[in-house]
Design a protein around this ligand. Structure first.
Ligand code: ZN
Length: 113
């Protein structure tokens, strides 16, 4: 399961952060996920609940923000947001290449006590 591996790496990073800050309990975590990662938010939450059982992270809220996919046209050098996987420049109609946006998965902030 794709989401389980992703969630495990998220949990590892959060655990590391909590140790560094000597935090006792995780309240919530905000993550940004690129639309191109094909992660299913419900599956992510499900995995998060399983992996954080019996840890200081149990019961924390997982807030997911989506990062839109962007592409850049090499002909007119315009950067635009890709919708419905249409990698076509809205200005000149040529096909464009995806930039890195939309592939990432990162933790924006964690709230602890
Ligand atoms: Zn163009």
């Amino acid at each position: 399961m794709h989401e389980m591996a992703i969630t495990q790496s998220l949990v590892d990073i959060i655990a590391e952060e909590m140790r560094a800050h000597r935090a006792g309990k995780l309240l919530n975590v905000r993550v940004q996920i690129g639309q191109m990662t094909a992660v299913v938010p419900d599956a992510l939450r499900f995995c998060f609940d399983i992996l954080t059982q019996h840890t200081p992270m149990a019961g924390a809220e997982l807030i997911v923000e989506w990062v839109p996919v962007q592409a850049r046209c090499e002909s007119c050098e315009r950067t635009f947001e890709v919708k419905d996987h249409a990698f076509v420049c809205p200005v000149c109609g040529r096909s464009a290449a995806a930039t890195s946006a939309g592939r990432e998965l990162s933790i924006v902030e964690i709230e602890v006590e």
